[in-house]
Design a protein around this ligand. Structure first.
Ligand SMILES: Nc1ncnc2c1ncn2[C@@H]1O[C@H](COP(=O)(O)OP(=O)(O)OP(=O)(O)O)[C@@H](O)[C@H]1O
Length: 400
């Protein structure tokens, strides 16, 4: 006997009625994506579960990969046996024998296959009784708080027996809620905001503005490394790199310093709007949090938002910095984000940025900026890179 299967359960998905099959397919595709580095595994859908066959692959690294995938409620290492009472009893006994220090247990049987001749209640008794007969006398049944809960899941073609579940990332599978164009900098906040959107089923495409030679290759590399880290959560991610030097130098020359930041952000937002339109994306997102810096006041958001009619999603709007940092540490982006780098927003950074810029003021100073032409040029020069969970270090470096 061999514990060489994983049973994956999904929670919220089950609530989604007619969309269920679509979501299941997405989840399966996302699971397959993160399992790509493991050559020997196979994942398939069966009656409300996803079953992963490990073959010769080890469980631990696969467990690690699965805990990140949004849409998984929980999963368990499982023993697959024939739909026969004897095989189920032997399997459950074997599974319990693999565990250390077990004083109490219970059996939770579920019969998705109603043609199986024993119902769930009877199965609990028959399997529990068999275990008690064949284990030491000190072992007891505890239905409320057992050391081990043996689940027996009788499916159409086979029965899966498990002895405990690992919590999944929950949420919705990436892609279930459409696509969002996310403004990704190399800072702490925007990767966290992207991760939160992914958790609600959004597929994110990244838009990053860089200004060589003021920002260097390492800054670009950092954004790709952050994106690569985010692919762990269940999808491939496209990164659109926008050359921004020309626009920034132009603004720096033509606009009074206290409106430079606002006009620069409006240009970013216009470019995002155009890219979203081209790609059929319905919303833009960023890592802004209310009141954090000059550009993140309500007045500033109001003035910057004016240039797009698309919804601008701000998952971190009401989140404290401390909580954002804790989140970044949890998802593995923090150590990358704190590496020193030059963001394009910090070059030529004026010290007198208006914290309460007005729409009228912005429109007035934009008269001196070739808004349309500069945005079009920038959009035409975008470089797009697709990153997957299996893109390795050397491939990331070769992208340049
Ligand atoms: N170079 C950039 N490319 C794309 N988006 C950017 C860039 N710089 C900033 N942004 C977007 O604007 C938001 C606000 O940026 P800002 O520099 O004001 O704040 P921040 O606290 O440094 O944010 P972060 O930690 O996400 O960099 C970022 O969260 C990000 O969504």
């Amino acid at each position: 006997m061999k514990l060489d299967h994983i049973v994956v359960r999904y929670g919220e998905l089950a609530l989604k009625g007619k969309n269920r099959s679509h979501f299941e397919k997405l989840l399966l595709a996302n699971i397959r994506q993160v399992l790509k580095p493991f050559k020997d595994v196979k994942a398939k859908r069966i009656q409300g579960r996803i079953i992963i066959q490990l073959n010769e692959e080890k469980y631990e690294p696969i467990k690690e990969a699965l805990t990140s995938v949004f849409g998984i409620y929980s999963f368990s290492l499982a023993l697959k046996v024939e739909n026969e009472l004897d095989a189920i009893q032997q399997g459950a006994l074997y599974l319990l024998q693999q565990q250390n220090d077990v004083k109490t247990f219970k059996v939770s049987a579920r019969r998705a296959n109603k043609t199986f001749h024993v119902n769930s209640q009877e199965l609990n008794h028959l399997v529990g009784g068999f275990i008690l007969k064949n284990m030491e006398e000190t072992l007891k049944v505890d239905v409320h708080n057992p050391d081990v809960d043996i689940t027996v899941d009788v499916r159409e073609l086979a029965t899966y027996i498990t002895g405990g579940a690992v919590q999944g990332a929950k949420g919705l599978p990436v892609g279930a809620s459409g696509r969002v164009l996310h403004l990704l900098s190399g800072g702490i906040d925007s990767p966290v905001a992207a991760h939160m959107l992914m958790g609600r089923g959004s597929e994110v495409e990244m838009l990053h503005f860089h200004s060589p030679p003021y920002t260097n290759e390492r800054a670009k590399q950092k954004v790709l490394d952050l994106t690569k880290q985010l692919t762990k959560y269940g999808s491939t991610i496209k990164v659109h790199l926008v050359p921004f030097t020309d626009i920034q130098t132009h603004i720096h020359k033509e606009v009074p310093s206290n409106y430079e930041m606002t006009i620069m952000r409006r240009m970013m937002m216009r470019i995002a709007d155009q890219v979203a339109e081209q790609r059929g994306i319905l919303a833009i997102s960023n890592g802004e949090s209310l009141g954090q810096v000059a550009s993140q006041t309500l007045e500033s958001m109001n003035t910057i938002n004016e240039v797009t009619t698309l919804p601008v999603l701000r998952p971190l709007l009401a989140v404290d910095k401390e909580a954002t940092i804790a989140h970044a540490k949890k998802i593995g982006t923090y150590s990358l984000s704190i590496l020193p780098y030059e963001d394009c927003c910090t070059i030529f950074l004026p010290t007198d940025s208006k914290t309460k810029p007005k729409r009228k003021g912005a429109a007035k100073f934009e008269q001196y900026v070739e808004v349309e032409m500069k945005c079009q040029e920038a959009v035409a020069s975008i470089e797009t890179i697709e990153i997957t969970a299996s893109t390795n270090e050397s491939e990331l470096e070769m992208l340049f």
